[in-house]
Design a protein around this ligand. Sequence first.
Ligand SMILES: C[S@@+](CC[C@H](N)C(=O)[O-])C[C@H]1O[C@@H](n2cnc3c(N)ncnc32)[C@H](O)[C@@H]1O
Length: 254
Amino acid sequence: MAIDIPDEVAKFYDLNPELPDDLPFYRSLPPSPGAAILELGCGTGRVLVPLASTCGYIHGLDASEAMLEICRTKLREAGIPRSRACVGRGSISGFDLGRHLVLIIAPFRVFQNLETDTEIDGLFRSVRGHLAKGGSCVLNAFKPDPEKLRDAKVRGEILLWEVPASGGSVTCHDRTGGVDEARQVLHPRLVYRRIEAGAVREEAVLDLAMRYYEPAQFEEIVTRHRCRIVGRWGGYKGERYGEGPELVLQFVAA
Ligand SMILES: C[S@@+](CC[C@H](N)C(=O)[O-])C[C@H]1O[C@@H](n2cnc3c(N)ncnc32)[C@H](O)[C@@H]1O
């Protein structure tokens, strides 16, 4: 079932100083300046808003109204009209937009939020139904790091990041909910805190389920769904597939 990120968590999303440096990569993908693109799990528009000013049209789909509202505000502030960018609430594992797109993307590990095979089948069915002739889809997951998987088994809070904020700071910890190694699902519990004068003024918690894949498993999922891989990357700094921190696959319907 899709997570619905609430307002009290969504407002902290863009503060994360460790968001990936993937914009140049996603900017390089549209096959033409007029291309129509779909972003699955567009969130606050971190990628969608900059892409909207360089492509013909971009549609964003997300399960969280709170994340979408931040995205809509950014689009308004950037003066991008609805004819160029539009976002709406929906599930990435079953959608019908009534149009075809030349590129479908899901930046920052959105695919890993799909916990069940049924949801994954639904995503591939929906993607295939929306790809224009010759169009492609790019999915991303992190490459499992044995050390981080070990950490995830240890109960307790790990500081992920801290940034200065008006009058104090904002912190984000992972109070891990454990790992299901048989199903390859991590259960991070993100705890955001706004701290002022040494005291916690606000706290918000987000429970996630992140399915993880070894490089060959990620490829196998794509090919099992009758898609042909046309590009592979191991990160956004030129790493080879399987050798960097990310798994990024571009594929077309076979
Ligand atoms: C890590 S954020 C990524 C946001 C954006 N793509 C980025 O790169 O910054 C994951 C987003 O995927 C959305 N999401 C997760 N599972 C979803 C689902 N099943 N259907 C729709 N959206 C989903 C969440 O609401 C969230 O906004």
